[in-house]
Design a protein around this ligand. Structure first.
Ligand code: 9WN
Length: 438
């Protein structure tokens, strides 16, 4: 990539992020996703921190303002208007205990936030200090991680439990197929699908999936967002969610150090989460996987979520995962970007959402892991491919894993933000805590 190509791509990404900015937060995509999404906002700040650090701080602060009394950070913070289903009228969050003043969903998404907050601070330490950013963010992040520990783990395991496929961020991944199949579907007749106005039908979950999504969400809402995980229709330990949490716990230790709080407890917690991730190693398939808490069984599916434990320093099965990434299941060398699903599995579908297409957030997450492993050539390869695919496809939501054709919606914010991040050289200040954890 020439310096001019890089500069042009960075400018285009910045323009797109500015056009999706709504004054307090960035929408993931203007038509398909017209509200604030939890892990999208975290990913987006990895891009906006470079040229608009004050907006990046505001983006996270807006999300923290929607935190529930029990510490959860909601999957969606609704804005007025916008045609998206389920909307605020589905959740009626004001009727649920401990919900904030603003309308939100009751579900959550992977905890990228502490990691994002540290990165936002590091991009503009002076502005961050002047605004007391970390001092304000830390208590919110602490309560969020405490919510996860107390409400989203099963005794004896410690991995993060999701109670809806939407909570994984990889909604129709084959990891959830067996658990989804247990949900009875009465009819798919009157389901609102405004999403189909913005992406091809074959690129989105099916009506049958949606009927189940609504049934699981309604059961959770009607249980008043219960923490009795065993009583819920869907509850699985998620390897991607847990790996991201471990990474964020490590960031929380650094944040605590920056502001003179006790970091040792986060270092300990990070080690516990690393152990919990190891509990999701599935030796039958040679990959990390999800565990259904109802059956206690690990799911026999290799997916990109099962590769994300590479983010955990000192991972026991790191070498096997790297081989898997380069081997016939994920074909890192020849694919446009790593696919979301095992190329060899019967469920693989090159067009359907999280069942095959390549996503920019997955590629970026793997790039972070590879950078930690000093595999800088591979990081550069991912950066170059992301840049070319993002520019050629008008910042698509995801791409065909073989030829890189754009799929899903366009002008998608995290595609722009994460590409921008990889194209921007940064000096990351690894402090003592981070080194101790490594
Ligand atoms: C449900 C916003 C979100 C992402 C998810 C992605 C998709 C929503 C949907 O879009 O999910 O949350 O309507 O399909 O799967 O990761 O956060 O970009």
């Amino acid at each position: 990539m020439t310096p001019q190509e890089t500069e042009d791509a960075r400018r285009a990404a910045e323009r797109l992020l500015a056009s999706n900015w709504r004054g307090t937060h960035t929408v993931p995509a203007a038509g398909l996703y017209p509200h604030q999404w939890s892990w999208d906002s975290a990913f987006i700040t990895f891009g906006t921190r470079h040229s608009r650090p004050a907006d990046a701080r505001l983006e996270l602060a807006t999300l923290f303002d929607a935190q529930w009394a029990d510490g959860r950070i909601p999957q969606i913070v609704y804005s007025p208007g916008g045609d998206y289903s389920p909307g605020p009228e589905f959740w009626q969050s004001s009727r649920l205990d401990g919900a904030p003043g603003v309308a939100t969903a009751a579900l959550i998404q992977p905890p990228m936030h502490a990691w994002a907050a540290l990165a936002v601070h590091e991009a503009d330490p002076e502005g961050s200090r002047e605004s007391g950013f970390l001092e304000k963010a830390y208590p919110a992040l602490l309560r969020w991680h405490e919510y996860l520990s107390s409400r989203r783990t099963v005794a004896g395991h410690g991995a993060g439990v999701i109670v809806h496929p939407w909570e994984s961020g990889v909604d129709n991944s084959p990891l959830w197929d067996a658990a989804m199949a247990r949900i009875e579907v009465v009819s798919t007749a009157s389901l609102p699908r405004p999403d189909l106005a913005h992406a091809g039908e074959g690129e989105r979950p099916t009506d049958r999936d949606y009927a189940r999504y609504f049934a699981i969400a309604a059961a959770y809402r009607d249980s008043h967002a219960s923490d009795d995980l065993a009583s819920l229709p869907f509850a699985l330990e998620d390897p991607g969610f847990t790996a991201i949490w471990a990474r964020s716990e490590r960031a929380l230790a650094s944040i605590a150090d920056h502001i003179g709080e006790d970091s040792a407890r986060h270092v300990r917690r990070q080690a516990e989460l690393a152990t919990a991730v190891e509990g999701l190693w599935n030796s039958r398939i040679g990959c990390y996987s999800a565990r259904d808490i109802r059956s206690g069984e690990l799911v026999d599916k290799r997916t990109a979520s099962g590769l994300l434990p590479l983010l955990v320093p000192g991972l026991l099965h790191g070498p096997e995962l790297l081989q898997l990434l380069w081997g016939p299941s994920f074909e890192f060398r020849t694919t446009a970007l790593p696919p979301s699903n095992d190329l060899l599995d019967a469920t693989f579908d090159r067009a359907s959402y999280w069942r095959g297409p390549a996503w920019f957030n997955t590629a970026w997450l793997l790039a972070q892991a590879l950078r930690d492993l000093d595999r800088h050539e591979e990081v550069a390869m991912i950066a170059e491919r992301m840049m070319r695919l993002a520019v050629a496809g008008d910042f698509p939501e995801y791409v065909d894993p073989f030829d890189g054709s754009p799929r899903g919606t366009r002008a998608f914010s995290w595609t722009a933000a994460l590409t921008l991040d990889l194209l921007t050289p940064t000096t990351i200040d690894h402090n003592d805590t981070t080194e101790a954890i490594r």
